[in-house]
Structure formats: C-alpha cells, structure tokens
Design a protein. Structure first.
Length: 638
C-alpha cells in the first residue's frame, strides 16, 4: 500500500499516529498536557467520532495514500511559534496546522519502523529524543528523566570525568537531503525516490525552507537524534575506544546534548579531552554542524547535577507525571513561595533581576537538600501545576500584585509559561483575580502605546491556553492586531474543531474529479510550496503542468472516460474543455499561459523569461486566471 503513496506512509503508521496524538479525546491526563501547548491544543477539541473517522481506512485511502490531504488550504497553513530557549531568547520554531503536524509525525513513525540504527550494536552508546515512538510516548519528560538518570548513574559508577557538549543552532543546520539519504541507506525497506523527495519537500515546507523545529514533534526529534547523528556517535565511539588512556567510556545523548563519560587509566585526561573534542568537531563539520565550544567542557562527575540543570528543557510539564519524591509531597511549600516572591521583588528593586539571578533564586528557594536528582525548577513546576494549594495565601497574592505594580510585567518575560501559570493559579480567596487584572491592564496599556513585543505575545498565549481561549479582547485587540497569522491559527484550530474546518475547506467536487490521482496532488503541493518560497519560476512550472492535468481530469469526468493526459498537450483541446464558460477570452488566456511556460528557463532552453522585467507579476496574474478557469469549469459541470 505504501508503494502507491507518494507520502510513503502505511495505513498502520497512520493509525498508530492517530492513536498517539488523538487520544486526548478519551485520555484526561494527555488532554491536560496537550492543553498547555498551542501546537497540541487543537487535538483537545476533537470528538470521539472525529478520531474514529480520521484514523479510519477510508480516510487514509481517500486523503493520505492519495495525497489529497495536501490539497486543502486548512492543512497547508503554518506560521511561526513562540518558544523560548533556556538562554531566554526565542527559538526559530514553527507552528503547523494540526493535520500537517500529524503528517509529519506519521512520516517519522514510518521511518522509525524501517530504520536500522547502527549505534544499537554498541552498548556504550545511548540516545534519547523528545518522546518515544516505540512506547507511544508523545511528551519529552520521561525520556529526559531517563537521560538524567543514566548520567547520574555513571557519575557514581567509577566514571570520574565527563565531557558535556552542545551544538550551535543544531536544527537549523540539518541538511534535509543528507538526512533522507542517510535514513534510506539504513532502512530495511527502502523509500522510493519520489517518497524521499516528498519527505524532504514536506519537512522543508514545515520548516520554511529549513529543518522544522516544531513544539512537541516526536518526529523532528527522532530524525534529528536517532538518524542524523547515528553514524557520528558510532565513529566517535570508535575513536574514543582507541585512545590508550581511556579504559572505558559511555556516550549518553539527548538530541544535540551529548555527555561523554570517561574512565581513564590515569587522571591526566586533558589531552584526551582535547583529542575527543577535536574529533567530534571534525565529524560534525562533515555534516555541516558546529560544536558550540562555549558550552563544551570537561568536568568531574560531582558536577553532573549542576550541568544537567543548565540543559533542562523549559517546556511546561503539566500532566507529565512531574517527578517528585513522596517526602517532597508532604512538605508545605507556602513559605518557599513567599521567599521566592520576596527575592524576586528585592532583585527588581535593586535592578539586578535577569535570567541568571532568576534561575539562582528558583534554585535557592526550591532545590531539595536531600533529593539531588531534582532541580528547583522541577519542584516549582510541581507546585504550580500539580499542587497549587500552596499558592492560595493572601500574602502571596498581595506580594505578587505589588511585584507587578513595581516592575510591570517584564519579570514574567524570564519564564512566561511558569510565571503566568503561577499568577493564574494563585487566584482563590478574597483577592481572586487581583493579580491577573493587573497583568492584563498592563498588556492592554502596552498595546495602546504600540509597545507589544514577542514576550508579551507569549504571555497572552499562555493566558489564553490556561483559560481555554475565553478572552475575546486579548484575541481581537492584541493577537489580531500584532500577529495576524497566529490569530488565524487560534480562531480556526484552537477556538473551533480543526476537523470541521478541514471539511469546510475540502471541496468534494474537486476530490471526485481528481478521483485519487496522486500525481495531481503532488503537482499542486509542489506548486504551493514553491509559491510560498516566492520561487515563481518553479511555482509556475508546477502549476502549468497541474492546470493541464486538472483540465484532462475535468474532461474525463464530464465524458465518463479514462484519463488521457497526452490529448491535452494541445492548446485547442485545453480550450475546448472551457468552451461553455461565460468569459470569451479563454483561448487567449490559454495561449498566453502556454507562451509563458515556453519562456520559463526551467522548461525551455530559450529562457526568454529571464529577460522579462516583470515576469514575477506575469506569473502571479496567469496563475490567478488559470485558477479561475478551473474553478469556473468545475462549477459549470451539471
């Protein structure tokens, strides 16, 4: 079945993907987690009937196997997301339509089923990624905990040194063509050349021309970790194994964060460190990757918890089984929260509050003395998301209100997800909504003054997520006026059922006429992708071929005949299909369209288009005219 699909996705993989990501319908814990992420939130709006229809064989055959899913503008929508790095800056991340997100996950799952990982033959190499296809885990928390546990294990198991490494702009620098080539080379069942190209095209489209960084995308993380870095880890392991001073070693990876544990014969390991760093950097260079030397270093095993704290991911962890010891659950954290707010206020008043001091305050106020495997941030998340009874104190609410009054909302920028959640969850009692009103007032004031920035938008996103998007003024006055594409996403996929939106934008008449012809869908998607990239010559080359094929399909539908593409290479045959339309310039339009195609250097050696001063506008105008012809031709069918 997969060999007939240019997407390369089997029904089994589509069904599994739906089970993984559409389960919030009947899984409260997963729904609670998904409701905290704007990429995942739309899946909480589906009904059980929706889930059953989307994961059905009929839906797969009609839309996934044929590629018809890519003919729907509701599916092709994507924009930028607002995801913060540990450093406080924004990641270059994308926000995908729910169906495009599912397609991306299904491709990753299909690869996982076929890929034969070469690092698996070496017990010294362990690699974790965000989520886990094998266990159907769609959230990163468990995998990151296992990554931390393995590092803590080797810290006490006679490995006195470790090298912590990091890559610069890792996702951005992944070469999609090289990724897919490496992937297919080690697959037990090869993807066809067409399927390989389509995987590259879809991921490039999702990433706006680059490898896509998508919130909670198991697929992106799996391919970037288990596939792209597979041979690098194996070759680095072989190199370390041959170093005369290294008795034993372990490589523990979480995506681009690699920890190299060393058991040396002598404690003079500085030369080994330099050799390993140079070899790793050289291996990375061959794939266009760069070692971030400022975040790479040699450490003693006792320093592991401090280094792990620096790499912990900032994602919200609500509903992800926040790991805290039972003894910690018995602790009354109210005074810790009060001290936390007091320390924040002091830092604001002394003009010393920044990302570094904020992290130190969190660690000082919440890091358990006895439980070294837990960070202060993990404890604070546990309080905010799983046990907010410790926030229900009037003194806490009053001091939060004073903090907002004294510093504005800029302190929230340091950790928008965490702090806005804390403020919202601290709203019981006689001072209910006091702090929230103060925050919202400042947001609306900043909007009136034209001062809204990306951190303000992220605060609004978090507030809307926590209140299930029930604040019209925030959506209309702030999001719509400052981030129109985000507004579209929220209104179509978060405030409404995205499957209903898909069906509204799905023209069944077109689908009936195309009749499962995957080549038409392939041409249309590539046209849309090139148009989105503003590659107009490429877009027109795909579009004109799509127009000719679509015209042949319309004729076959009208005549109840088999598809005959060759017949519609001729202008007169193309014109004949649209002869009954009201507009009388059909022949002229098609004649110009053919001439424009023949001038395209991608089609004809004359390359006359290169000498045209306005070829971009000519192409855009012609695409519109031909699109209108198709539309009118289909509407004219009885």
């Amino acid at each position: 079945m997969a060999n007939n699909s240019f997407l390369g996705i089997t029904y089994e993989s589509w069904q599994e993907t739906c089970e993984m990501f559409l389960s919030p319908v009947n899984n409260f814990r997963l729904r609670q987690s998904f409701s905290m992420y704007i990429q995942d939130y739309p899946f909480t709006k589906l009904t059980l009937k929706d889930k059953q229809e989307i994961e059905s064989l009929n839906f797969y055959t009609k839309y996934i196997e044929s590629g018809a899913i890519l003919f729907n503008d509701s599916v092709l929508f994507r924009t930028k997301n607002f995801v913060i790095k540990n450093s406080g800056g924004f990641r270059n991340s994308q926000l995908l339509s729910p169906f495009m997100f599912l397609i991306q996950q299904a491709i990753g799952l299909e690869v996982q089923k076929r890929y034969q990982e070469i690092r698996e033959v070496d017990d010294n190499l362990i690699a974790f990624y965000s989520g886990n296809f094998l266990t159907h885990n769609v959230l990163y928390k468990n995998e990151y905990q296992d990554f931390s546990k393995w590092n803590n294990y080797y810290a006490v198991e006679d490995y006195p040194y470790f090298i912590k490494t990091d890559l610069s702009d890792y996702f951005t620098n992944i070469n999609l063509n090289e990724l897919v080539a490496s992937m297919n080379k080690s697959c037990n069942k090869k993807f066809t050349p067409l399927q390989q190209k389509t995987i590259v095209d879809i991921f490039s489209y999702c990433g706006n021309g680059k490898y896509p960084l998508v919130q909670n995308s198991v697929s992106s993380s799996f391919l970037a970790t288990r596939v792209y870095l597979d041979d690098i880890d194996v070759n680095l392991g072989k190199f370390i194994n041959n170093l005369p001073n290294i008795q034993d070693y372990k490589l523990i990876r979480y995506v681009d964060d690699l920890y190299i544990w060393l058991k040396p014969k002598s404690n003079d390991v500085n030369q080994d460190y330099n050799d390993i760093r140079s070899e790793y950097s050289s291996l990375l260079r061959k794939k266009g990757l760069t070692l971030n030397t400022s975040k790479t270093g040699l450490y003693k095993s006792q320093e592991i918890n401090e280094q792990l704290k620096k790499t912990i991911y900032n994602d919200v962890i609500a509903g992800q089984s926040n790991a805290v010891d039972e003894d910690m659950r018995e602790t009354d954290w109210t005074d810790n929260i009060k001290e936390f707010i007091r320390r924040l206020s002091d830092a604001v008043m002394s003009n010393k509050l920044n990302k570094g001091t904020f992290e130190n305050i969190v660690s000082d106020c919440f890091k358990p003395d006895k439980m070294i495997e837990f960070t202060g941030e993990e404890v604070l998340k546990y309080i905010i998301y799983d046990n907010n009874k410790y926030l229900q104190d009037d003194e806490i609410i009053i001091n939060l209100d004073m903090l907002v009054a004294n510093s504005g909302i800029s302190f929230i920028y340091l950790s928008p997800q965490l702090l806005i959640s804390m403020i919202i969850n601290a709203t019981n009692g006689q001072n209910k909504n006091r702090v929230i009103k103060a925050v919202l007032k400042q947001l609306f004031n900043r909007n009136r003054e034209g001062l809204i920035n990306s951190y303000d938008v992220m605060i609004v996103i978090q507030y809307l997520l926590l209140t299930h998007f029930h604040h019209p003024d925030l959506k209309e006055k702030i999001i719509k006026s400052n981030e129109s594409e985000l507004y579209y996403y929220i209104m179509h996929y978060c405030c409404n059922n995205f499957f209903d939106d898909f069906k509204r934008q799905n023209d069944e008449k077109y689908v009936s006429i195309i009749n499962g012809d995957w080549k038409t869908y392939y041409l249309y998607f590539n046209f849309k992708a090139e148009l989105d990239n503003k590659s107009y010559m490429e877009a027109y080359a795909y579009f004109k071929t799509y127009f000719d094929r679509m015209t042949a399909l319309i004729a076959a539908y009208i005549e109840h005949a088999d598809l005959n593409i060759k017949k519609y290479y001729q202008k007169n045959n193309l014109v004949a299909v649209y002869k009954n339309l009201q507009q009388n310039d059909t022949e002229k339009i098609i004649k110009k369209a053919n001439k424009l195609r023949d001038r395209n250097p991608l089609v004809h050696s004359s390359s006359e288009m290169l000498g045209m001063p306005d070829w971009t506008e000519n192409i855009k105008n012609m695409i519109k005219k031909l699109t209108d012809l198709i539309k009118e031709g289909i509407n004219n069918i009885e």
